[in-house]
Design a protein around this ligand. Structure first.
Ligand code: ZN
Length: 174
């Protein structure tokens, strides 16, 4: 497995709408293996392929506690079947927006269908943190970041901070 580099916002590549996977082959499985290593190393609880520069509808999620056994979910071509009217607010972060957090309101339950690691169609229902994490990752496939769900003012502050960090690290590399 290879650790991939994660694209950080603001970057136009994060705004791209990802393409469906035509076939779950060895190439897609290798991509998912590499994404998993990248996510665990970060560490993070979710990662979409577009965040490592591959605009395909592939998402991995593992909301288990650190120290628990890894239980990754591989979601290929995920589609939402149902979201609850009931919502809740959780603090979200994103590997593409390092060290930035904001409260986001989302449906508390989501049902979806997807292809698993071996390309077999599956359905699942998620609730709470897992539901939030899945909806956050599915947003990435549409080019949407969690900061797109918060006020323009808060979003502006976060993106300004990230631009400053990018400028500083670019200067440090020179
Ligand atoms: Zn994210």
């Amino acid at each position: 497995m290879t650790k991939l580099s994660i694209i950080t916002a603001p970057d136009p590549r994060l705004k791209v709408v990802s393409e469906p996977v035509a076939q779950v082959d060895a190439g897609i499985q290798r991509l998912m293996d590499d994404m998993l290593e990248t996510m665990y190393a970060a560490p993070g609880i979710g990662l979409a392929a577009v965040q490592v520069g591959v605009p395909k509808r592939v998402v991995i999620v593992d909301t288990g506690e650190q120290g628990e056994q890894d239980k990754p979910l591989f979601l290929i071509n995920p589609e939402v079947l149902f979201t609850s009217d009931e919502t809740w607010i959780d603090e979200e972060g994103c590997l593409s927006l390092p060290d930035q957090y904001a409260d986001v309101r989302r449906p508390v339950v989501v049902k979806l269908k997807f292809l698993d690691y071996t390309g077999v169609p599956q359905e699942m229902e998620a609730r709470g943190l897992l539901a939030t994490c899945i909806q956050h990752e599915l947003d990435h496939l549409e080019g949407i970041l969690f900061v797109d769900h918060i006020s323009m003012l808060r979003r502006g502050i976060i993106l300004k901070k990230l631009r400053k960090i990018q400028r500083e690290s670019a200067a440090a590399e020179r």
